[in-house]
Every structure is written in structure tokens, then in C-alpha cells.
Design a protein around this ligand. Structure first.
Ligand code: F42
Length: 144
């Protein structure tokens, strides 16, 4: 198995540590918002190392929508490139852990539906999209 490299961002790294060390019973929301977070385990596209990325939980049946918002920053988060290069991930949702495969959403109608679902789950996504010229990438993670 490849080595795990924790996020260089302290609050993100701490959330992953608490979430995983508690077996998915603590650190499962975004700060004090009460809104649920999942942990996506993915592989670095250059290092091949294991990366763990907390994201907001957006569910569509038994699939998850992964939103590359990065707070409306001008550039895509690096994990977007990791998923494009290796779609095999593991998703932890609380105490449940699932092997999943991701695909990027390109169809306009599907994107519109999943974007609305994402904003319903986490309303700030709408402001994040207004802040940036890039189209925020969406992925769907489906059970294998
Ligand atoms: N980010 C979102 O985009 N959407 C969300 O819904 C979201 C929710 C969320 C909830 C809780 C929380 O704690 C964090 C949340 N985040 C959310 C932030 C998210 O977890 C990521 O931290 C953020 O999106 C930035 O992702 P990133 O992949 O750009 O991470 C940076 C900070 C990072 O780890 N950079 C590494 C570094 O060393 O600078 C590189 C990591 C990497 O994957 N490297 C690649 C490799 O091969 O290992 C190669 C890198 C290259 O050069 O191509």
C-alpha cells in the first residue's frame, strides 16, 4: 500500500485525523455548521501517495456528488486532477466506508440537477460559483 500524506492545511488535516481516529463518530461536520462531511480517500496523481480529502456530503440515492468548490478559489483543488487520473476512491460517511468509482459530470442536464442538489445540501456553493470564472467541477461517486 502507498504511503499516506496528510493535507498540508492544518484544519483539514485535523478534521481527517479526528474523523478517522474516532471511526467516524467525531469531527463529521463542517466546523459548527452541523452540516455533514465525508472523507474521500484518493491517490495523488504525481506521488501515487494516499490523500484524504474531506468534502461536504451531497447524496444522490446511494451515490455521492463531489463538488470541487475550494471556497470559490480561482483554481481547481488538486484532488480534482487526482480523481481525473485515478477514479478509484474510498468514501467514508460517518461509520460507513465504501469502495467507489468516480466519474466527472459533463452532461448539461445531469450537471444542472446535481448542482441544485449540491446547493440544497450546502447553500454556500452558490456563492462560491459566483466568486470564480471557472465552472466548479462535479463528480459522481458510485458504488462498485
Ligand atoms: N473542498 C472542496 O473543494 N469542496 C468541499 O465541499 C469541501 C468541504 C470540506 C469540508 C471539511 C473540510 O475539512 C474541508 C473541506 N474542503 C472542501 C477542503 C478540501 O478537503 C481540500 O482541502 C481542498 O479542496 C483543497 O484540496 P487540494 O487537493 O488542493 O489540497 C491541497 C491543500 C493539498 O493537499 N495540496 C497538496 C500539497 O502538498 O500542496 C498536494 C496534494 C496532492 O494531491 N498532490 C498530488 C500528488 O501526486 O500527491 C500532485 C500534486 C500536483 O502537483 O499535481
Amino acid at each position: 500500500m502507498s504511503d499516506y500524506i496528510p493535507s498540508p492545511v492544518e484544519w483539514v488535516r485535523n478534521q481527517v485525523e479526528l474523523y478517522e481516529s474516532s471511526g467516524g463518530t467525531q469531527g463529521t461536520t463542517l466546523r459548527d455548521t452541523g452540516l455533514p462531511v465525508i472523507i474521500v480517500t484518493n491517490k495523488g496523481n504525481k506521488t501515487g501517495a494516499v490523500r484524504k480529502t474531506p468534502l461536504m456530503r451531497v447524496k444522490d440515492g446511494n451515490a455521492y456528488v463531489l463538488v470541487g468548490s475550494q471556497g470559490g478559489a480561482p483554481k481547481n483543488p488538486v484532488w480534482v486532477y487526482n480523481l481525473r487520473s485515478d477514479p478509484e476512491v474510498e468514501i467514508r460517511d460517518g461509520t460507513d466506508v465504501w469502495p467507489m468509482k468516480v466519474r466527472e459530470v459533463s452532461d448539461a442536464a445531469e450537471r444542472a440537477r446535481l448542482w441544485d442538489l449540491s446547493v440544497a445540501a450546502f447553500p454556500p456553493y452558490a456563492d462560491y460559483q459566483k466568486r470564480t470564472d471557472r465552472v466548479i467541477p462535479l463528480f459522481v461517486a458510485e458504488p462498485k
